[in-house]
Design a protein around this ligand. Sequence first.
Ligand SMILES: Nc1ncnc2c1ncn2[C@@H]1O[C@H](COP(=O)(O)OP(=O)(O)OP(=O)(O)O)[C@@H](O)[C@H]1O
Length: 219
Amino acid sequence: MSLIKANNLSIAYKNNEIIKDSNFTINDGDFVFLTGISGSGKTSLIKSIYGEIKPRGELFLGPYNLAKINKSTLSKIRKRLGIVFQDYKLIPEWNILKNVMLPLIILGYDKKASQQKAIELLKKVKLSHKIDRFPAELSGGEQQRVAIARALIHNPALILADEPISGLDEFSASLVMDLFIMANKLGIAVLIASHSLPQDFNIQYRHLHIEKGKVYELS
Ligand SMILES: Nc1ncnc2c1ncn2[C@@H]1O[C@H](COP(=O)(O)OP(=O)(O)OP(=O)(O)O)[C@@H](O)[C@H]1O
């Protein structure tokens, strides 16, 4: 079933149209790479799906057209999304345990159960020994792994990740990709923005590509 459906989608900053008249679909459980050169509009598209930028045309997330929704519907929709921003956006005053718990805190989950789930995920990203540390005490790669654990904790329908492995060493990059694969195997759709497709990637994936303002479904 389609999770995201774009019909004649355009994204513009004032009159500067970045994405024009594009059509594509992302289905439940898809693993998608979104490629395009620097400045092609990958981040803008992710921000539109997350509701940070209002698109034109139609951009459906399930039954909701992100071009038309109001604020309260948007906060409802965001509960179905996990997002990993390019600059992580961790809360500097919170330790990493609490940072990972954030989506469950917003959803009003029980504190003990939320902590347990956060610790479980921090184990998976090999950071359980640093739960009391603050973001500034972590390397970029470690912060990235915290951001991914946070994006996964509430079992979203779709996780959006903006260049999640750029700048990571091989160890961190493979940990991060394994996490996305694990999430996908649990039924979470994954959309990863990246300059290029990964080498030696064993699982089946789809490929969206942005070129000269158009989004193409290459597979
Ligand atoms: N807030 C903004 N206001 C105006 N223009 C913007 C804004 N954010 C991005 N742009 C422009 O939109 C275009 C697409 O930017 P975007 O960040 O979406 O590209 P990208 O493919 O993610 O690039 P990169 O791979 O370098 O991260 C660029 O030309 C950029 O200058």
